[in-house]
Design a protein around this ligand. Structure first.
Ligand SMILES: NC(=O)c1ccc[n+]([C@@H]2O[C@H](COP(=O)([O-])OP(=O)(O)OC[C@H]3O[C@@H](n4cnc5c(N)ncnc54)[C@H](O)[C@@H]3O)[C@@H](O)[C@H]2O)c1
Length: 256
């Protein structure tokens, strides 16, 4: 390992890691030997993920930060660097939905989604990249979505998720010469609080929503957070160093 902390482990930051996909990625990277900064809106929310990692023999730190706030982002990255070591892996996973048809979408629905996904990924990446450049090694993974291809009721979210794909490709071009790769994962339906919130909003029981979605997916099931964690584990691995600027759709089939 070219850059590691005093225990020899590389340090990864996962945003939105209190639950869902982010928690699964954090646990998987800890299993793979990374010390993990669990960033979420508040420190208390990240404790469960940290406890699970520590119970399995890993090392993690919960840090509270709103990824759309530049000062909080700088402080969070500084704290991870001071307490775990210089972060050289970043998974921009924090996300929210504010779904509505375009004619009913408020400016606040638009701005919130843009701020968390796009501004958040920008601020986090800008704060972490200096550690990657110092180490001449780094891995960035951004969470896009099949919604980047267009999805009814998600003008804000699909624009943000498509935007993250462009962001990813530009990071790959700018940072490649420093040994840093950037890739995006575009999940389809993953069973988390986010998809449960969509079922609730539509007035459908979550089990029925899952069963209906599964019928339309070639592998005949919805995804689990671990399905995405497996792909993230590949992208941040040593062996993935020649794969950069890519978007992999993890959706149980070729289409959204
Ligand atoms: N669940 C799916 O089907 C699905 C599909 C495609 C993409 N995604 C994307 O994957 C990512 C994770 O989704 P999930 O389903 O696990 O969602 P989730 O709602 O279960 O978890 C999201 C986490 O992000 C945190 N978060 C929200 N805003 C934040 C902010 N400003 N700063 C820091 N943390 C913040 C939340 O507190 C929460 O812990 C999101 O980017 C989402 O858009 C999810």
């Amino acid at each position: 390992m070219s850059e590691s902390n005093s225990t020899g482990a590389r340090v990864a930051i996962i945003t939105g890691a209190a639950r869902g996909i982010g928690a699964a990625v954090a646990k998987r990277l800890a299993q793979d030997g990374f010390a993990v900064g669990v960033v979420d809106l508040d420190e208390a929310a990240g404790k469960a993920t940290v406890e699970a990692i520590e119970a399995a023999g890993g090392r993690a730190l919960a840090v509270g930060a709103d990824v759309s706030d530049a000062e909080q982002v700088e402080a969070a990255v500084g704290r991870v660097a001071a307490e775990l070591g210089a972060p050289t892996v970043l998974v921009n996973n924090a996300g929210v939905i504010r779904d509505n048809m375009l004619f009913k979408m408020t400016e606040s629905d638009w701005d919130t989604v843009m701020n968390v996904h796009l501004r958040g990924a920008f601020l986090m990446t800008r704060a972490v990249q200096k550690h990657m450049i110092d180490a001449r090694w780094g891995r960035i993974v951004n969470l896009s979505s099949t919604s980047a291809l267009g999805n009814r009721g998600q003008a804000n979210y699909s624009a943000a998720k498509a935007g993250l794909q462009g962001f990813t490709k530009t990071l790959a071009i700018e940072l490649g010469k420093f040994g840093v790769t950037a890739n995006a994962i575009a999940p389809g339906f993953i069973q988390t609080e986010m998809t449960k919130a969509t079922a609730d909003r539509m007035g459908v029981a979550f089990e029925d929503f899952i069963a209906y979605a599964a019928k339309e997916i070639p592998v005949q099931r919805v995804g689990q957070p671990e399905d995405i964690a497996n792909l993230a584990a590949f992208f941040v691995s040593e062996g993935a160093g020649f794969v950069s600027g890519q978007v992999v759709y993890a959706a149980g089939g070729p289409k959204a």
